[in-house]
Design a protein. Structure first.
Length: 79
């Protein structure tokens, strides 16, 4: 298993950190690019949508999994 990487994001004016494995960070960046938004803004949206349930890291992993499933038939976004 890949080691987790911890990165900081700002949500509602507060800094918080998220620990994800490199493949999840890479896919999250790719999804943000395809949605023409920043990783930070995408994480804010994921946080708002989870409604306080579960951890933010888990919500991001689920979002990435679902996003990659939706995109499985499409091409990659160039970063």
């Amino acid at each position: 298993m890949t080691d987790e990487i911890k990165r900081s994001v700002t949500i509602a004016g507060h800094r918080t950190s998220i620990s994800l494995e490199r493949p999840f960070w890479d896919a999250l960046k790719e999804l943000a690019c395809s949605e023409k938004t920043s990783v930070n803004d995408l994480v804010r949206r994921i946080d708002a949508d989870r409604g306080g349930k579960g951890t933010l890291s888990a919500a991001v992993r689920i979002y990435v999994l679902e996003g990659m499933r939706r995109r499985s038939s499409g091409g990659k976004c160039q970063t």
